[in-house]
Ligand binder design. Sequence first.
Ligand SMILES: Cc1ncc(COP(=O)(O)O)c(C=O)c1O
Length: 365
Amino acid sequence: MDYGKVVRPQVASMNPYTPGTTVSQAKTKYGLSSVVKLSSNENPLGTSPLAAAAVAAVDDLNIYVDDDHLELRRRLAEPYGLGVEHVLVGHGSNDVVRTLFSAFVAPGDEVVVADPTFSLFPKDAVLFGGVPVKVPLRDGVHDLDAMRAAVTARTRMVVVVDPNNPTSTRVERDAFARFAQALPDGVILMLDQAYREYMPPGSVEGTDWVKERPATIVLRTHSKLYGLAALRFGYALGDPELLSYAQRVRIPFGVSRPAEVAALAALDDHDFVRRSLDTNEAGKAMLYPALADLGLHVYASAANFLAVAVPGTANDAYEAMLRRGIVTRSGDALGMPGRLRITIGTAEQNALVVAALRSLVAAAA
Ligand SMILES: Cc1ncc(COP(=O)(O)O)c(C=O)c1O
C-alpha cells in the first residue's frame, strides 16, 4: 500500500520534530555513567518543590478536571491586569500554538517568521496549508524592519520569539513598539515569550501589547522557570474575542489535574523562582568571561541558554561534548551552524562546560 496517497501532502513532505539527545541515549552511546543534560533549556535546579508536592497530593484521577480552569486562568491573568477570558490554556505552549494555528491559519495564508527560530512555527504553518515566509536574523536578532517589509495582503500572522530560540537574543523594546504599531490590523502578532521571566529589565512585556494592539497573542510556559517541562503546561494571553475562536477548537481536558495543581502551586513558589533566576544570573556571570577567555563568541542571552560559537562544525563540537558527558544541541540541526546551544546550568555543570570547551579549543589550535 502506498500510504503517500492517503496522507495529506503537507504531512507527507514533513520531517518529525527531532528532540535533543536523552540522558539514556548519551549514556548508551559512549558508555558514560553520568551525563549532564543541557540541551533543552530545562531548569537545572529541578522542579518547583511546591508544584511537586501539589502533584503528589492529587487524587480524583478518575474524575475529569474542571476544564474551565478558572482559578488558574485568573492567577495567570491578574498580574497583568487581564481577566480569565484573556487566557487560553494547553498541554504545553506547543499545544497552544497548534490550537491557535488551527483556528487562524488557512491554506495560502502567509506566516512571517524569523530564520532561524523555534521550528514549530514554520512547521505548524505548513500543517494548516499556510506558507512560512522566513526572514533571516540580523546579527542573531529578529530583523523587525525586514519582517515588517515581508508582510503582504496574504499575511495572516507574524511570529516574534522573544527571546529567540536558538539564539537567546531579545528584540529592543522601542524597535518592537514601532514594529507592532506598523503592523496592519488584520495581522495576528504572535509573541512567544517562553523565557520571559529570565529577561533583563527593559525587555518587551508582551502583555502590554495585548492591551495596546488587539490581534496580539503572547505565549508563556511553565516548562522553563518552574521546572515543569514533563508535566506540560503552557498558555496564551490575548484578546478575549480573538481567543474565543481558539477556545472552540482546543482539545477538551487538554490540561490534566496534576498539571493544573502544579501550575497553580508553582506561581506561589517565590523561593524556587528566586533561586532559579539567581542561578541563571550567576551562570551568565561565570560563563561570559570564561567564553571570552577562550575566544568563543556568544550572543548576549536574555534567556537561560547560550548560543556559543565553536571551532569546527557544530556537529563535531556537539559530539566531542557528548563524549565528555555533556548533552548540548548542535546548531547544525537548528539553522545555526557553527554554534552550540547550551542551557545555563548549575555552577558545577557550567564548570564542566567550560572545561569541555577549553579542550575543544585546544584540540582545534
Ligand atoms: C521559544 C520556545 N517556545 C516554546 C517552547 C516549548 O514550550 P512548552 O514546553 O510549553 O511546549 C520552547 C522550548 O524549548 C521554546 O524554546
